[in-house]
Design a protein around this ligand. Structure first.
Ligand SMILES: *Cc1c(COP(=O)(O)O)cnc(C)c1O
Length: 445
């Protein structure tokens, strides 16, 4: 469970997805967040004593500023699921606060250590760093594309000066950074030598933690509206968050559709709408955490789409690498379309959405969340409540908000004075051997 990738380079998945009865669902409906998380995670984790797991979960979510952890707010004709009340103000804290505690617990039990390597387009890195800073038995190396994350994201990462935290700024794109990390994990000797672990969104434990808030949100909205089913709109980059929604749906949560919202880097929405899975150049947008073309978690979904035929997934990905197209049949595409709807929202529409939402509701959306809200408005089916995932606090992307509605969102207390703190980072070329030798020098052993 602490391994991010299978030894064949594939992505680990649970043996099967449990399907909950309506009685089981009903029994969860009134649970506070941490207790609900315990219930959901217990379907997947059987090697941690219940009391320990409860303690880890309680501790992880005590770091959130909101008593409900992920509150649901009615606005306009939809619901906003606020996922940004953790220490780095983005949804990735929900998974990574838990993951840091889980890792430390499991390592301590086996008297082991681990070196985490990850690539980030912004939010994962800071959330991962905050998840494991100061934890025993763990060193963390986070690669980010230099100058391509927001100033606040950059400061959040580089102002953590704990001895176990190593920030690396890569001269390249997020995809370059991710490719390096993937290649490092593909070197099995190296992986073993340094006891490497992954923490970016290709980690199953993260997906599992994110499944919880789909349940939580559904129950809140059901209580308010009496609805039988809901739709979720999910600002999507690496397909981690929406994959958790897919798992929740497979577990029996009544989700009518998952709306996959992308910015102009839209390989995934092209796939859902037209079966066109062809990579294009990554363009810098106002929603940098979604500036991704090749989404690693998408492989996991393909595994289910291809009827759990791992060999076929490998072959399809080989074809994709060679020819730039993914082989899917018309029948498979229509199967995907029964689960997902999709829309692409460009920067102009993103700004317009932030502006209009602020005017009509007095609520400030961050640019990622705005993409989900706009995509939801465009493709929702309209016959059940729409829940839009708010993936970041607007203060993290203050410049975009200012551009949209002429004011800066207020900085939460945790951010004040961040620009004056000490920084620690290393700038490096996007070169795998340079990165490996840096890790060699600083890894825990
Ligand atoms: C990471 C992130 C996303 C994209 O999530 P994926 O799991 O990569 O699809 C969207 N919005 C924000 C603010 C993020 O940090």
């Amino acid at each position: 469970m602490s391994k991010g990738l299978a030894d064949d380079g594939g992505l680990l998945l649970p043996e099967s997805i449990p399907v909950l009865s309506s009685a089981e669902l009903k029994a969860m409906a009134d649970l506070p967040y941490a207790q609900l998380a315990f219930k959901v995670l217990s379907y997947y984790i059987d090697d941690i004593p219940a009391a320990d797991l409860k303690g880890l979960i309680e501790r992880s979510y005590a770091s959130f500023e909101h008593p409900e952890v992920t509150p649901v707010i009615a606005k306009d004709d939809l619901f906003i699921l606020e996922l940004f009340h953790g220490p780095t103000l983005a949804f990735k804290d929900v998974a990574l606060q838990l993951l840091g505690n889980l890792f430390e617990y499991l390592l301590e039990k086996t008297d082991a250590h681990m070196n985490i390597i990850g690539a980030t387009s912004g939010d994962t890195g800071s959330a991962a760093i905050y998840g494991v800073r100061g934890k025993k038995g763990i060193n963390i190396f986070i690669l980010h594309p230099k100058g391509k994350v927001s100033p606040i994201q950059e400061m959040q990462m580089t102002t953590v000066t704990d001895a176990n935290v190593f920030n690396i700024a890569i001269e390249g794109t997020f995809d370059d950074a991710q490719a390096i990390v993937k290649e490092i994990f593909g070197d099995l000797d190296y992986k073993q030598k340094h006891a490497l672990g992954a923490v970016n969104s290709i980690n199953w434990a993260r997906v599992m933690a994110q499944v919880v808030y789909y349940f939580y949100a559904f129950f809140q909205v059901q209580k308010q509206t009496g609805c039988r089913e809901v739709e979720f709109s999910v600002p999507t980059g690496n397909f981690g968050d929406i994959f958790a929604g897919y798992i929740a749906k497979e577990m029996g949560l009544p989700i009518k559709k998952l709306i996959l919202a992308t910015n102009g880097n839209n390989i995934l929405s092209r796939f859902v709408n037209d079966g066109d899975y062809s990579a294009a150049k990554v363009n810098h947008s106002l929603s940098p955490s979604m500036d991704i073309q090749v989404a690693s978690n998408f492989e996991r979904y393909l595994f289910y789409l291809y009827d759990q035929d791992a060999e076929r997934v490998c072959k399809a990905l080989e074809t994709f690498t060679r020819d730039g197209v993914l082989p899917v049949s018309a029948q498979e595409l229509s199967q995907a379309q029964q689960i997902f709807s999709a829309a692409t929202i460009n920067d102009t529409e993103t700004l317009a959405t932030i502006g209009e939402f602020a005017r009509t509701t007095d609520y400030i959306l961050d640019p990622h969340t705005a993409i989900g809200v706009q995509a939801g408005k465009q493709v929702r089916s309209g016959d059940c409540p729409l829940i839009c995932l708010a993936t970041a606090h607007p203060a993290k992307f203050g410049d975009a908000v200012h551009q949209a509605c002429d004011k800066y969102p207020e900085l939460p207390p945790a951010f004040q004075g961040i620009d004056k703190r000490d920084k620690r980072l290393k700038t490096m070329p996007a070169d795998i051997s340079a990165i490996k030798s840096y890790v060699d020098q600083h890894a825990l052993s």
